[in-house]
Design a protein around this ligand. Structure first.
Ligand code: NAD
Length: 353
């Protein structure tokens, strides 16, 4: 149980942390540091079993390696989980003890916010370590930058499907009108797209539609809404065996993490003639923002790098077409090639400017 997920996932290091005084029990998983120090958030969750926590942290840290590599960042993949109910356990003393544990890793792991850890928590962690990003005095809310990257992902996808990268008249359905969904709706509308929005918070949808030139669709009808692009920006797992037969779109491209319920759904979409732009490729604007904060840079630079997501996706789509495979597979190959080239000294871990 202890080594299984680590060996299977090819992780470099898994560290267990305990501080009985504060009740801290944490696992830090460092997947791969070939391209640079590992970066990923700290999740605070009451897992059913310790095995579940280990499974989650190893899976998520590996995903971060691919996300950073596919975003051309000089970073590796890491993630941490703190075990227990945050409502009962989360104290400044526990977060400080956790910060000292992160500091002991000497910069091989840089932490940030995740489920049940916010900016204010990372500020406490940061009192004990310099290896923490996403604080209030950083580059600010990454969500509009995430939306900007998704916008460019949609533009590139449209170019490949319709032969033009203009989003004028493009029909886009956005599921989830949160921080990213709203910013995406606004950016697409300003560029002339026909935007339809949907959220389980229907009062919020109505208020947004009053102030913006968008249509609305009820959450239960969102999958069968005919459109060019379906953009899931709410929760994961929404593209699955039940919803794929309902989809009336040519492109799936959104910000939500783990849009596909299972990896094989990328192939199912391809067989149905639907282009799937991998979520972790086009939603990397948030990671790009915290990376900028850590490595030094401005919010404007983060916007520019998020816009470059479109070009990278284009390369992946072309590779996928050439190899008659999914863009998801092409994205994984892109990330693995970067790591292999850096590992064998063929190119520096940090891409040339
Ligand atoms: P958010 O919490 O601000 O918004 C999520 C919205 O989705 C809420 O308005 C919620 O009511 C709605 N929602 C929840 N379940 C729904 C459902 N079943 N159907 C329709 N609407 C539903 O979150 P966010 O920051 O906008 O992030 C959205 C997604 O993008 C998440 O999956 C997140 O992990 C991912 N993501 C966000 C960022 C970022 O920078 N914020 C970066 C990368 C990935």
């Amino acid at each position: 149980m202890v080594f299984g997920p680590m060996v299977d996932g090819g992780h470099e290091q898994v560290t267990y942390v305990s501080d009985p005084e504060t009740g801290l029990r944490a696992i830090v998983a460092i997947h791969d540091t070939t391209l640079g120090p590992s970066l990923g958030g700290t999740r605070f969750l009451d897992y059913d079993t310790e095995a579940d926590a280990l499974e989650d942290v190893t899976r998520l840290s590996k995903a971060m390696t691919y996300k950073a590599a596919a975003a051309d960042l000089p970073l590796g993949g890491g993630k941490a989980v703190i075990l227990g109910n945050p409502d009962d356990l989360k104290t400044d003393a526990l977060l400080e003890a956790y910060g000292r544990a992160v500091d002991n890793l000497g910069g091989r792991y840089i932490t940030s916010v995740d489920v049940n850890t916010g900016v204010e928590d990372i500020e406490v962690v940061k009192q004990e370590t310099e290896y923490a990003v996403g604080t209030g005095d950083g580059l600010g809310d990454p969500s509009p930058i995430t939306a900007h990257g998704v916008f460019h992902g949609i533009q590139t996808s449209a170019e490949h499907v319709y032969g033009t990268d203009s989003v004028e008249g493009l029909e886009v359905v956005i599921q989830g009108l949160g921080k990213v969904g709203q910013a995406l709706a606004e950016e697409l509308s300003s560029a002339g797209a026909d935007v339809t929005v949907s959220d389980i918070d229907e009062a919020h949808v109505a208020a947004f539609a009053d102030e913006h030139d968008v249509d609305t669709v009820a959450p239960g009808d969102v999958y069968e809404q005919s459109c060019d692009v379906f953009a899931p920006c709410a929760v994961g797992g929404v593209v699955n065996d039940d919803t794929i037969p309902q989809l009336e779109c040519d492109i799936v491209a959104g910000a939500a993490n783990n849009i596909l319920a299972e990896r094989r759904h990328a192939e199912v979409l391809r067989e149905q003639g639907i282009l799937y732009a991998p979520d972790y490729v086009i939603n990397a604007g948030g990671l790009i923002t915290v990376a900028k904060e850590y490595l030094g840079g401005t919010r404007e630079e983060a916007y520019e790098e998020a816009a470059a997501i479109g070009d990278r996706l284009g390369e992946m789509i072309e590779n996928a077409e050439r190899q008659e495979t999914t863009v998801l597979t092409a994205a994984e190959e892109y990330a693995e090639n970067r790591i292999e080239r850096a590992d064998s000294g063929q190119e520096p871990a940090v891409p040339a400017e």
